[in-house]
Design a protein around this ligand. Structure first.
Ligand code: NAD
Length: 383
């Protein structure tokens, strides 16, 4: 796509030492369509300035409060084109509402909001504003996830009967929040994170991947959540049985106390004729097994002729040169940028269906809310 000029991004969050803020910046800038020009990076003035300098932002465009950024950038002829949200969960709703109110499209990190009630407010605001809104469910950007999605949609696996999805991490194996570790502190505080701990932080990624790849919807769930580490205020370990809208069943496992695990996101989908197996820590390979007995390992690469067009269109490199987390993140930014350019040129609904949006945000928050309810009542719940 020809880019008339780079889109200008204003970021909220992503200050020094933050995890996902720098990932957003690298991903946004990777394909040459976007530049970070403004931000409110931290509630601390000193750290906000430090971040602005680190990102080479003009001093007058480093704002101490995000509301100031929205107000000032609206007045500038070279003001920002959209707002990226990379702050803790409790800020997602207020930032998104203010950004939409000020007329700015939004690229938000997940979960869409801190609670299910909040996401309904956001859904209404997105609809009312008619502005582009997208959600960075990172794993949807991997080429081999797009291949898995295309394979499920093609019907080649036959009727899907069983799904196993897991997201295992080990970094919460001890009471990390008691040490003052920044990322752990807000994630284990219900007021800053929302009521779902592990289920909201990574369970929601597993849930999204399952629905994104299979095209199926979860209709029922029996979940058991618990806090394994004494003193922890939110769940850190979750197991759930699932029912899908085509009659399939599934299991979802999410844990942050799985000692030794890094980012063990894995999806297995079993159809009548074959199955797929994808692992985030080996993202350039998709294993496909057929009932007749053959097993394929499909490998990422722009020139790999047997891959689907959907997969190849988001890849950048020939096979054997691995693409990873930042490139997957950048696929979402590229789709968002192309959609935004089309929107600026007058197309009313330009974001592609492959890019997670507010509907995914509502599904994700519903999943968290339903999982908490199921666990509390020790019963099956409907979606
Ligand atoms: P973090 O604690 O590392 O960073 C949060 C940043 O927000 C910090 O720099 C903090 O100073 C800043 N901040 C806090 N309050 C602010 C305010 N009022 N104004 C401006 N900035 C403020 O957290 P993180 O791990 O980077 O997570 C941030 C968000 O990204 C969370 O919602 C999390 O769920 C999400 N996340 C998504 C992924 C993914 O795969 N897409 C991965 C990690 C985190």
């Amino acid at each position: 796509m020809t880019v008339p000029r780079k889109l200008r991004m204003g970021m909220v969050g992503g200050g020094p030492g933050s995890f996902i803020g720098p990932v957003h910046r690298m991903a946004a800038e990777l394909d040459g369509r976007i530049e970070l020009v403004a931000g409110a990076f931290s509630p601390s003035a000193e750290r906000c300035r430090e971040a602005g300098e680190g990102f080479h932002i003009a001093p007058e465009r480093t704002y101490m409060v995000f509301k100031e950024m929205l107000k000032a950038e609206r007045q500038r002829p070279d003001g920002i084109d959209f707002v990226t949200i990379a702050a803790p969960n409790f800020l997602h709703l207020p930032i998104a509402l203010d950004a939409l109110e000020a007329g700015f499209p939004v690229m938000s990190d997940k979960p869409a909001t801190a609670t299910y009630d909040e996401v309904l407010t956001l859904e209404a605001a997105v609809a009312k504003s008619a502005l582009p809104y997208a959600l960075t469910h990172t794993y949807a950007g991997y080429g081999m996830v797009r291949e898995a999605r295309a394979l499920c949609a093609s019907g080649q696996l036959g009727q899907i009967r069983k799904i196993a999805v897991e997201y295992l991490q080990g970094w919460f194996t001890q009471l990390l929040e008691a040490t003052g570790q920044k990322q752990a502190a807000w994630r284990t505080d219900p007021a800053l994170n929302g009521p779902g701990g592990c289920i909201g932080d990574i369970g929601v990624h597993a849930f999204h991947l399952l629905e994104y790849v299979t095209g199926l919807q979860v209709t029922g769930m029996h979940a058991a959540l618990r806090a394994v580490v004494p003193g922890r205020r939110l769940d850190d370990d979750c197991n759930a049985l699932l029912r899908l809208d085509n009659g399939a069943t599934g299991v979802l496992m999410a844990s942050q106390v799985a000692a030794g695990e890094g980012n063990g996101l894995r999806l297995r989908v079993y159809g009548e004729k074959g199955s797929i197996d994808w692992r985030q820590e080996d993202p350039n390979r998709l294993r496909v097994k057929w009932h007749e007995g053959t097993e394929e390992i499909r490998t990422a690469g722009i020139s790999t002729g047997y891959l689907s067009q959907q997969a190849r269109s988001v890849m950048r490199l020939p096979g054997g040169h691995p693409e990873g987390y930042i490139e997957a993140f950048a696929v979402l930014y590229r789709e968002f940028a192309d959609g935004l350019i089309a929107w600026q040129q007058g197309h009313p609904n330009p974001l592609p269906a492959t890019l997670p949006g507010i509907e995914d945000g509502v599904r994700g928050m519903r999943f968290i809310e339903r999982a908490l309810e199921s666990s509390r009542t020790e019963s099956w719940v409907q979606f």
